[in-house]
Design a protein around this ligand. Structure first.
Ligand code: UDP
Length: 446
């Protein structure tokens, strides 16, 4: 019988099999894939629990020692993540039934085949705290994004269920460890949620250093059919409003005015719901195309649509500089990916970007929603030719040292080992707030 501890890795909407770049599939999917793969190398078996949409088998042997378990709850087909909350009681019950089924198959007289739970995002965190006692397991939880931040920045546009923040507070009280991805998140957990600092471990996300590797700029441009001479700014990421792509477009007229006609300037924007840029599928793309026309910069911008992760190094490498200016960013994988491709990052001084990008060393930090300041930062790269090369090299060195996935997984494994060696702690349970239970599932068979 295997002596490898088995981890129940819960990530209700973001599994490793989804295509990336769409509205609901981004950094969390990458995190789940990379962390679990690398934990397997460090001696853990992992079951990743996601909601199945009816099209997949329940168990998929995804990678050595890592399985994806599709819990088929709710109606068949895709559902946006903000619609999944009413399905969580069914998801919890399905997970419990699966775990119990696994125990029957094993010879061990334990209540659970798992050594611990690692939950991702608030809804899976709810499932984890619901199952913690029933399965007698410690829980490590990572939020990826918090409801307080989302509400602050998105206001009315925040489609999260009303219960989200109360549920997050319950998770913070009841789990054994909270994994914060950066110092800004650590601070937020203390100040906004009153978390116990002794429970929080900082474990960042990482980057695949083989997949994201530097390629010569001219070779990359030749492969992609891009102008070899243009000063090229690259954006990679989801096409949603909070990512601030509008801000990059608005910076272009300032940059063009400052640069004069000396050198062509180009923005390459990668991401969206489909390989061809399609405003019907990605409404933000349509808004961006209209804005580019209004600003008179259409001929300076290419929207490529989404690209698979294995091709992205060419896009990053084609750039002189990579830009990301979201309103907020819980962590942000794309800056790390750009840095791994030895490109400097001009990033908004928010969330995880302040931690991954070293201002003045591996890139420049600017305020979000400040196109003129973004243009001024970009202009430095236009004027000082060596700056991009020097910062790009420093960027690659920084990610090699701190942000490779094996490194990140080692930090998470250390948290797991600490948890597995501790005596189980009694759950600190306050009287149950009614809003920390989802209502009855609202979906019918259709
Ligand atoms: N991504 C991709 N193809 C695209 C656009 C994005 O593979 O066309 C990936 C990108 O490389 C990154 C992830 O989607 O790994 C986005 O993660 P990030 O943390 O930057 O943002 P999030 O989507 O989690 O808000």
């Amino acid at each position: 019988m295997s002596t490898r501890p088995r981890v129940a890795f819960i990530s209700e909407h973001a599994g490793p099999l989804a295509a990336l770049g769409g509205e609901d599939s981004g950094g969390q999917n990458v995190y789940v894939a990379e962390v679990t793969r690398n934990l397997a190398r460090l001696g853990f078996d992992v079951d990743i629990f996601v909601r199945g949409d009816g099209s997949q088998p329940t168990v998929v042997e995804w990678s050595p020692s890592v399985r994806v378990i599709h819990l088929q709850v709710g109606p068949p087909g895709f559902l946006p993540k903000d619609d999944l909350w009413p399905l969580m009681p069914a998801f919890r019950d399905a997970l419990l039934a699966f775990a119990r089924g696994q125990v029957r198959r094993s010879t061990r007289a334990r209540r659970s085949p798992y050594a611990l739970i690692h939950s991702n995002f608030w809804m899976s965190g709810w499932v984890a705290v619901e199952l913690k006692e029933r399965l007698e397991l410690p829980v490590a939880h990572i939020f990826h994004a918090t409801g307080v931040t989302k509400r602050r920045y998105q206001g009315e546009a925040d489609t999260s269920p009303d219960e989200r923040i109360d549920v997050e507070k319950r998770i913070i009280r009841e789990v054994d460890r909270i994994l914060a991805q950066c110092p800004a998140e650590f601070e937020e957990l203390l100040t906004e949620y009153g978390a116990d600092p002794g429970k929080i471990a900082i474990t960042p996300a990482g980057v695949d250093l083989q997949r994201f590797r530097p390629m010569g700029r001219l070779a990359a441009r030749a492969e992609l059919g891009l102008d070899p001479d243009a000063f090229t700014i690259v954006y990679v990421g989801r096409m949603v409003r909070r990512k601030g792509v509008r801000n990059i477009l608005r910076a272009l007229p300032f940059l063009l005015a400052a640069a004069g006609t000396g050198r062509p300037i180009h923005l390459l924007a990668v991401g969206g719901e489909s390989a061809e840029p399609d405003p019907a599928l990605s409404p933000e793309l349509g808004t961006l195309q209209t804005l580019a026309a209004e600003l008179g910069v259409t001929q300076h911008v290419t929207f490529t649509g989404a690209r698979p992760p294995d091709e992205l190094y060419k896009y990053y490498s084609a750039g002189n500089v990579v830009v990301t200016t979201p309103w907020y960013e819980p962590f942000g994988l794309t800056p790390l990916e750009a840095m791994a491709c030895a490109r400097p990052v001009v990033g908004a001084a928010v969330g995880g970007i302040q931690y991954t990008v070293r201002d003045g060393l591996t890139g420049l930090l600017v305020p979000p929603r400040a196109p003129e300041q973004l243009a001024a930062a970009l202009r430095r790269f236009l004027d000082e030719k060596r700056l991009a090369v020097t910062m790009g090299m420093a960027a690659r060195a920084r990610v090699e040292k701190q942000f490779s996935w094996p490194r990140v997984a080692e930090r998470i494994a250390a948290v797991y080992r600490g948890l597995m060696s501790e005596q189980p702690r009694p759950v600190v349970r306050l009287p149950r707030h009614p809003s920390t239970q989802p209502g009855e599932a609202v979906y019918g068979a259709d």
